[in-house]
Design a protein around this ligand. Structure first.
Ligand code: DSN
Length: 416
């Protein structure tokens, strides 16, 4: 029986979410639209199967098909990123990063990562995360004058604290990550370098951001951001020594059975990402982000680091006289979906910060280009200016009407 028949309530809510996604300019930089093929693989009977272990060495029978699917996903990941080893089983980014800790550190060890308010991730040793509670975290940030990572500070901290593990990468970094510089510091202090490329994996795969391969010991990534796959994650390495440690950490260290329907959808996404169109997509994501950033700068917005090199823009709204949360809420009512975000050295609290974070992976998946980015910046300016004057509703209503006309002209992949 169909979902609509068994559970019309959930079926209707899914339809409503599909309509919402279709009618919204999605600017959250960690989100995307997967293809129909990826969606199809996700909703399959593969969800019925348990497969603890790895291909050829499982703890349940009946793996004739699952072994082939997981092997295909692994081979495609290895080929796309140019690595010797890939594990496609982590449930998502946080478990993938936890597996890195389990593989290379012990509770109480010193670890280093970018502070969350500067653009890092919770699992890079932030205080409320298990990684900040069970390890001894040392955090680096960005320079106040440039908004960019200060590699001299990273080196000084590493020399002083001698971490076992260093994470680079994060969730709100608008600039290129210098993997070679991180690798040289890690080598100097004898640390394992983990590059978390969750945000930029699609850009790396498409040649629009330098690769950490050859620099980082371990690479962790989610599969659902710029890589445009299902919600999942992967761990990659070049050396066999690290491969064994990572595999053991994922299973049996942290997880039970892999989510085989996700593994299949990851394989599909990796096949899509190997196609020449995907490289064009990745480069357009960056071109769109630059166009959006330039137009926002021209309209007086204060961008952290002064712009972007990738898919992401972090806006400090202080100079516009409005905080991040009311701005994000008004923009959402206008059909422009963003998330409020702390900015470096933010005097405000994380739940009511000074900034918003936007990005171009989703709008680029819809086929939008630089002209649409300039239009989006103009709408953002109108809405934010109106919020600052506490007089937004009329403008919000009009902008939403205009946004709907734009989204109708650029159908999103995967939506009917
Ligand atoms: N939640 C993700 C993001 O939005 O960047 C990070 O895990």
């Amino acid at each position: 029986m169909s979902l609509a028949h068994v559970d019309p309530e959930i079926a209707d809510l899914i339809k409503a979410e599909e309509r919402r996604q279709a009618d919204t300019v999605k600017l959250i930089p960690s989100e995307n639209y997967v293809s129909k093929a990826v969606l199809e693989a996700t909703g399959t009977v593969l969800t019925n199967k348990y497969s603890e272990g790895y291909a050829g060495k499982r703890y349940y029978e009946g793996q004739q098909v699952i072994d082939q699917i997981e092997t295909l996903a692994i081979e495609r990941a290895k080929s796309l990123f140019g690595v010797n080893h890939a594990n496609v089983q982590p449930y998502s980014g946080s478990p993938a990063n936890l597996a890195v800790y389990l593989a290379f550190a012990s509770p109480g060890d010193t670890v280093m990562g970018m502070g969350l308010p500067f653009g890092g991730h919770l699992t890079h040793g932030w205080s409320v995360s298990a990684t900040g509670k069970w390890f001894n975290p040392v955090r680096y940030g960005v320079r106040r004058d440039t908004g960019r990572i200060d590699m001299d500070e990273v080196r000084e901290l590493a020399l002083e604290h001698r971490p076992k593990l260093i994470f680079c990468g994060g969730t709100a970094i608008p600039r290129r990550i210098d993997f070679a510089a991180f690798a040289s510091i890690a080598q100097e202090v004898g640390a394992v370098l983990a590059a978390d490329i969750a945000h930029i994996a699609g850009l790396v795969a498409g040649g629009a951001h330098p690769s950490p391969v050859g620099h980082a010991d371990v690479i962790s990534t989610t599969t659902h951001k710029t890589l445009r796959g299902p919600r999942g994650a992967m761990l990659m390495a070049t050396s066999d020594e690290h491969a064994t440690a990572l595999n053991k950490a994922v299973f049996p260290g942290l997880q039970g059975g892999p989510h085989n329907h996700t593994t299949a959808a990851i394989a599909v996404a990796l096949k899509e990402a190997a196609a020449p169109e995907f490289a064009a997509y990745a480069n357009q994501v960056v071109a769109n982000a630059k166009a959006l950033a330039d137009e926002l700068l021209a309209r007086g917005f204060d961008l952290v680091s002064g712009g972007t090199d990738n898919h992401l823009i972090l806006i400090d709204l202080t100079s516009k006289g409005v905080a991040g949360k009311p701005a994000a809420k008004a923009l959402d009512r206008a059909g422009l979906e963003t998330n409020y975000n702390t900015v470096p050295f933010d005097p405000r609290k994380p739940f009511d910060p000074s900034g918003i974070r936007i990005g171009t992976p989703s709008v680029t998946s819809r086929g939008m280009g630089e002209a649409e980015m300039r239009q989006i910046a103009a709408w953002m300016d109108e809405v934010v200016t109106a919020v600052a004057k506490d007089d937004a509703e009329e403008i919000v209503t009009r902008v939403h009407r205009e946004v709907s006309a734009l989204t109708a002209a650029f159908p999103a992949p995967g939506l009917s």
